[in-house]
Design a binder for this molecule. Structure first.
Ligand code: LLP
Length: 386
């Protein structure tokens, strides 16, 4: 065992694979539970898009969280993991008819609607089934989050949500429809946000809207502020659990809720990122002209975040205690962007060593692809390896 890894248990497993440290996941969920209990009328829906490993989902469900889904597949995964339909919300800009029908058949809590055409289709499909669908409208709050451009979502230029200027018109339209019921507002400004001022800006926008709605006698039962809390990719051990206390406190104290309003959160990354690592083996150490490469059996197909977002993940050799040397850590895929890290300090590395790429529990396994006809990586929790 080196650091947090049961390396001895890895011998029989085919690399690369994802390893989820159940202890970290449970500690994180315990903090979320404690902090949620401090607030009144607060509900946390885990954003399944971050990680849908069945064992991970079951553990999250055990702690009483609901599920935020963005596809029919995610709704099925949530149901299979035992999430109760009345704790499932369904978001996404492009919901297909079968996906809407699946949500209606299971009587999920609500649909987060992003456009008028979508609202009309939900009303039509609900009418065909003789049911009424709860809908929240996703508002594009036009608030800038200080994060990577590919993962900001709350700007007017993004494809998400309904513009602030249209929102009252859309609510009025919904109120005339017989098979949808307007129950709340949904927001999400982006992901990997560590500056609480960004969430404060969102809260200000929410407050402005609530005031405007109050004047116009529009009742809002639910306020869903989305996800977005970031994690410390530099220090996965020191900061294994994100600062949920600050996050929940900031939002809960700033939003001026009206009587009975329920506050909803949709964290994804912050729940699962730090418990997961991509474990791979070194295939070759190759001497380049001015550098040496550690070539892994894991590639961008297993973890695409560095290639897609230039994301930093801490990399460790968990088999070696030798002095540090510097390597470019790369995968075997035929793409120059298949690089996990440049000039990475690792304990002196040889063929067969295990390498852990840390903080990979969120948007890791779930974004894996089969490019180059590779097999998808499997995921194991600590409990699986007992
Ligand atoms: N709610 C909505 C409406 C979302 O769009 C998202 C994430 C979440 C909740 C969860 O956000 P989180 O708490 O995880 O930040 N693949 C990218 C991240 C994409 C996030 C998409 N939306 C990455 O690897 O960084």
């Amino acid at each position: 065992m080196k650091g947090v890894f049961p390396v001895g248990k890895f011998a029989d497993l085919q690399t690369p694979f994802y390893y989820y440290d159940t202890r970290i996941l449970r500690q994180t969920l315990e903090v979320i539970r404690q902090e949620t209990n401090k607030m009144e009328r607060a509900v946390v829906h885990y954003a399944i898009k971050a990680n849908a490993n069945p064992q991970v989902l079951r553990t999250i469900r055990e702690y009483g969280l609901g599920a935020d889904c963005v596809s029919g597949g995610e709704i099925k995964a949530a149901l299979q993991a035992g999430f109760s339909p009345d704790k499932i919300v369904f978001a996404g800009v492009g919901k297909a008819d079968w996906e809407i029908n699946l949500g209606l058949e299971h009587g999920i809590f609500c649909f987060n609607v992003e456009s008028i055409p979508e609202l009309e289709i939900i009303n039509e499909l609900a009418a065909a089934k003789g049911v009424v669908a709860n809908v929240e409208f996703r508002v594009n709050p036009d608030v800038k989050a200080h994060t990577h451009a590919n993962i900001t979502t709350g700007l007017a230029e993004n494809k998400f949500g309904i513009a602030l200027s249209d929102i009252e018109k859309v609510i009025a339209l919904a109120q005339q429809m017989e098979h949808v019921k307007f129950i709340g507002l949904h927001f999400h400004i982006g992901s990997q946000i560590l500056n609480m001022n960004d969430f404060a800006a969102l809260c200000n926008r929410v407050n402005e809207l609530l005031e405007q709605f109050e004047k116009h006698h529009i009742k809002v039962e639910n306020i869903n502020v989305g996800g977005g809390l970031g994690v410390d990719y530099q220090h996965p051990n020191r900061q294994a659990i994100p600062d949920f206390q600050d996050y929940f406190k900031t939002i809960n104290s700033l939003i001026r809720r009206r009587e009975g309003q329920v506050l909803h959160f949709e964290p994804g990354r912050s729940v699962v990122a730090q418990c997961g690592s991509l474990i791979s083996k070194v295939l070759y150490v190759k001497q380049g002209t001015n550098k040496q490469f550690a070539i892994l059996d894991a590639g961008m197909t297993d973890l695409i975040r560095p290639a897609l977002y230039q994301a930093y993940h801490k990399i460790e050799n968990i088999s070696s205690e030798l002095p540090m040397e510097t390597y470019d850590v790369v995968g075997p895929i035929c793409e120059s962007s298949d690089v996990f890290g440049k000039a990475v300090d690792l304990n002196q590395t040889k063929r067969g060593d295990y390498i852990a790429i840390r903080s990979a529990g969120a948007y890791g396994e779930i974004m894996a692809s089969q490019y180059n006809c590779r097999a998808l990586p499997k995921g194991y929790t600590t409990e699986d390896l007992l």
